[in-house]
Design a protein around this ligand. Structure first.
Ligand SMILES: Cc1noc(C)c1CN(C)Cc1cc2n(n1)CCN(c1cc(N)ncn1)C2
Length: 396
């Protein structure tokens, strides 16, 4: 077994020793300016593993183990309230540690900041901006599906998640946030994990944190393990077999609109037969519920005693909190993904109410279905940001 230093030497001359055939174009002499990459901290074994793989050389176990222990990271996803309305993860931004909502349905890393009126900051941790890090002329403004939103200016600063550091990440410092965010004193901002094409910074969009650091991971992946009324994890750069059962089923992603898009091919309610139908959808950790076509939602609540659509008072499908809810199954990549019925009771309409709001609601007005937290919290979901992006689903 060659030593790590021997492998380092090997790799230092890998282009020569491995003799990878090089197709040298006949061209005029030219020189390429070297620009040092400052964006992240390198990890030797990870780089070795990548270089060996690039040249088709089997990666020795010692390197694989060292790489797996490399700059990959794991961070907790803690429910923001007793109903799993959202999940929060600690992130170091500059010199502040903030609780951010990791959102695979958007692509801005924005934070409450010292630029806001102090009245907006009550109950929040916030980013203390450093004028020397301001990105001149850059602004941002984001609006979400529920009408909430925020806007502000941009700073280039250190952002650390689960021990993985981006040394100069675009940090979107809020100058103003909507009332919903002001009221939600648990959330100090969002960290977007959709595709960078959705980033709202003007005049030049920036990369998401994951896009910034993915090249320094053993693999360009992150895995989402949200849990029912419990803390889960966001893992970066590795797959943790202890977090799922059975196999991971992969599907190709359509990211043409910047989302983690996929198509489910059928559904079932409870023990009923599968109904084969195409369900265009996105995975979205920033959305609380599971939004589906009206026909599917009606078929589901037809099996719930006392369920009704109360658009006026409740804004959706409700049922007696005592109701027994059937499981919901979506077929994705040929695999049956089951959501336990009890996960589909989101919350009482208000504290003490005996009427509960459904975790499955209609996707009216949306161009696709949204597989939000109600679906995700029974799954282990691998997000692979490779040349052809993929999603992998497994049962927790
Ligand atoms: C939500 C929520 N529910 O109960 C509480 C508390 C909250 C958080 N609170 C009200 C404030 C808030 C509003 C939003 N968020 N947080 C997260 C981003 N939002 C998204 C993301 C996305 N991918 N898709 C749609 N909207 C809207």
């Amino acid at each position: 077994m060659p030593s790590l230093s021997a492998l380092a030497t090997l790799l230092a001359f890998s282009d020569v020793i491995l003799g990878s055939p090089v197709d040298v174009q006949k061209r005029k002499p030219f020189s390429l300016g070297q620009v040092e990459r400052k964006k992240f901290v390198k990890h030797g074994p990870t780089q070795m593993a990548k270089d060996l793989r690039k040249h088709g050389v089997a990666v020795p176990e010692a390197i694989s183990i060292a790489a797996a222990a490399g700059p990959n990271g794991s961070a907790p996803a803690v429910p923001g309230d007793q109903y799993d309305s959202l999940y929060l993860t600690p992130v170091t931004v500059g010199s502040s540690t903030l609780q951010l909502d990791f959102d695979t349905g958007s692509s801005d890393l924005w934070v409450f900041s010292s630029l806001q009126a102090s009245s907006q900051l009550t109950g929040h941790d916030y980013y203390k901006v450093d004028a020397s890090k301001k990105v001149a002329g850059a602004t941002w403004k984001i609006s979400y599906g529920d009408g909430s939103g925020a806007s502000g200016t941009v700073y280039a600063d250190k952002v650390v998640v689960g021990g993985v550091t981006a040394t100069s990440q675009a940090v979107e410092a809020a100058t103003s946030v909507s009332a919903a965010f002001q009221r939600d004193t648990d959330t100090d901002g969002l960290l977007g994990l959709a595709f960078s094409s959705l980033n709202t910074i003007k005049p030049t969009p920036s990369k998401t944190w994951f896009d910034t650091i993915k090249g320094n991971l053993p693999s360009p992946i992150f895995a989402v393990t949200l849990k029912y009324h419990a803390a889960g994890t966001y893992d970066f750069g590795f797959i943790d077999k202890s977090k799922y059962t059975g196999d991971i089923t992969y599907v190709n992603v359509d990211n043409s609109d910047g989302f983690w898009g996929f198509t489910a091919t059928g559904y079932a309610v409870g023990t009923g037969a599968e109904v084969k139908t195409s369900i265009p959808a996105i995975g979205d950790t920033g959305t609380t519920l599971l939004y589906l076509p009206t026909a599917i939602v009606k078929a589901y609540y037809a099996k719930v005693s006392g369920a009704k659509l109360d658009s006026t008072n409740a804004g959706g499908w409700v049922f007696p909190c005592s109701a027994t809810l059937p499981d919901f199954t979506a077929t994705i990549g040929g695999a049956k993904q089951v959501v336990p019925g009890k996960y589909i009771n989101y919350a009482p309409l208000e504290t003490g109410s005996t009427t509960c709001f459904g975790g499955i609601q209609v996707n009216d007005g949306l161009p696709f279905s949204i597989f939000g937290d109600i679906f995700l919290k029974s799954k282990y979901v691998v997000h692979e940001l490779s040349a052809t992006p993929r999603l992998g689903f497994a049962q927790q």
